[in-house]
Design a protein around this ligand. Structure first.
Ligand code: PGA
Length: 245
């Protein structure tokens, strides 16, 4: 059963989630069978506070990323890595450039790939080759999407090409000069990819997310509410501030 963690404010949410990840990195002992801790990572405004706390722990010499591999959740189709709104750029700017991770162990879907289907299949295989995702961190959309899995996406979905809904395009237009510049398609890991992670942490801040959290945790699971797939996950947490709860 997914657990709903209700916390006082956003800083408590950042602390709660970052402590789980920092502790997992500290406690991880590589073995020949499992040389890397595998983190699934999101973009968006919600995780930035978590990244800041993890960076702080790195700067205080509490952790190193020598034994960490990362897979990002999603990427827009049609934006190159240097585009300021690409998730490649976001991740480098907000996280990777501040820590000691070897960039060869960072994986982000390539939204400029010639063959997008192959890109998706290869990504899924790559995740498998590292033994799956240990901790998947994510936000939630106002329409309850997780990664870019919009309402209606199958619970069996793996990494795929996704048409973005108008709701998502509207929400993400705040980062672009004009709404016409927001890509309408993305590559995203699937709902099954997320479900297959050993632990899932979904963060939600503010009353704009309250409806999505309510539906995800209270209504019967349905593809109308992608995050509701986590209801039956054995180790999933919705970590929310008061307003989102
Ligand atoms: P946000 O996005 O963190 O910017 O609110 C979350 C999401 O759309 O998944």
């Amino acid at each position: 059963m997914a657990k709903l963690i209700s916390l006082e404010n956003e800083n408590n949410v950042y602390e709660y989630a970052s402590n789980i990840i920092i502790d997992a990195i500290k406690n991880f002992t590589p073995t020949p069978q499992k040389p890397y801790l595998v983190l699934g990572l999101p973009t968006g405004s919600t995780p930035i506070g978590v990244y800041k706390k993890i960076i702080e722990a790195y700067k205080n010499n509490e952790i190193s990323f020598d034994n960490v591999v990362t897979f990002n959740m999603d990427e827009y189709i049609g934006l190159d890595d240097n585009h300021l709104q690409s998730y490649h750029y976001f991740m480098y700017d907000n996280f990777f450039k501040h820590i000691d991770i070897d960039l060869s162990r960072v994986h982000i879907l390539n939204g400029m790939a010639q063959n997008l289907e192959k890109e998706c299949n290869d990504y899924e295989e790559k995740i498998k080759s590292f033994g799956g995702i240990d901790i998947q961190l994510g936000g939630i959309g106002q329409n309850a999407h997780i990664a870019f899995n919009e309402p209606g996406t199958s619970f069996d979905s793996l990494t795929h090409v996704q048409d973005l809904t108008q709701n998502t395009i509207d929400a993400n237009s705040r980062f672009f000069d004009d709404i016409s510049e927001v890509p309408t398609k993305a590559l995203t890991i699937g709902l099954k990819t997320i479900y297959n992670a050993k632990m899932v942490l979904i963060l939600a801040l503010g009353n704009k997310k309250a409806d999505a959290i309510h539906k995800a945790t209270n209504n019967p699971a349905s593809t109308d509410c992608p995050a509701s797939i986590l209801q039956t996950h054995p180790n999933a947490y919705f970590i929310c501030d008061k307003e989102a709860c």
